[in-house]
Design a protein around this ligand. Structure first.
Ligand code: SF4
Ligand code: SF4
Length: 211
């Protein structure tokens, strides 16, 4: 599941390479420090249901169906559920967004309401916007909470990335790094000063070994 992970020192700053497009939650991620961890599935006091939400069937890529990101799955009936629930691919069956499993996220974060699907990657938290609502993450109360996670993440080396279409934005406590469209073969390269992110860019994975 982990596609790439590396770090090196260039120009006096620590460069950290992030994984990207992580489809599933990685058990060894750093989110346990913040409470936004998949293991909340085990400890969660609530049993949520997707109900009328089907947003992950739009924003996530489904390899088994060759479904790209940000188009509705052909088997989805938006707002009503799935036509092939019993036969859905294993990657759909095992998927849970964070709202579904983590009671730290209240009802406002339900994806059908927030227009945001939260998942984790090895590096941290990913916030995927419904492309029909590209500014959803900037609205109240989401923007402030996303920034709070970035603050908590800085000391834990946990990243917060907002994904709007194929555009990725790395959110830090005091900045946003708009990385533009990050291709499937690219990785996010962060420049760190201590724990503070002072630069970020996307680079071809094949070029990273030459850094
Ligand atoms: S985004 Fe979350 S709540 Fe919505 S359908 Fe997917 S798993 Fe269920
Ligand atoms: S197969 Fe079912 S669960 Fe998976 S994306 Fe399509 S509609 Fe959603």
């Amino acid at each position: 599941m982990t596609e790439h992970d590396a770090a090196g020192v260039v120009g006096g700053g620590l460069l950290s390479v992030m994984t990207r497009w992580e489809r599933f939650i990685v058990p060894s991620c750093k989110l346990c420090a913040t409470g936004y961890c998949r293991n909340a599935r085990v400890t969660s006091s609530i049993k949520r249901q997707c109900g009328d939400c089907t947003l992950c069937c739009k924003v996530m890529a489904i390899e088994a169906l060759s479904k790209p990101v940000n188009v509705w799955c052909a088997h989805c009936r938006p707002g009503r559920g799935w036509a092939i629930y019993a036969e859905r691919p294993p990657e759909c069956e095992s998927f849970s967004c964070l709202w579904l499993v983590n009671d730290l996220l209240d009802e406002q974060w339900k994806p059908s309401r927030s227009k945001l699907v939260l998942t984790t990657s090895e590096d941290g938290l990913e916030v995927r916007c419904d492309p029909g609502f590209p500014n959803a993450w900037r609205k109240h109360p989401y923007a402030a909470e996303i920034r709070e996670w970035a603050v908590a993440g800085e000391t834990n080396d946990m990243t917060v990335v907002v994904i709007v279409g194929q555009r990725m934005i790395l959110v830090t406590p005091d900045r946003e790094f708009d990385l533009g469209i990050v291709g499937p073969d690219e990785r996010i390269l962060r420049k760190l000063d201590g724990t503070k992110v002072v630069g970020a860019t996307a680079a071809e994975e094949t070029d990273l070994g030459r850094t």
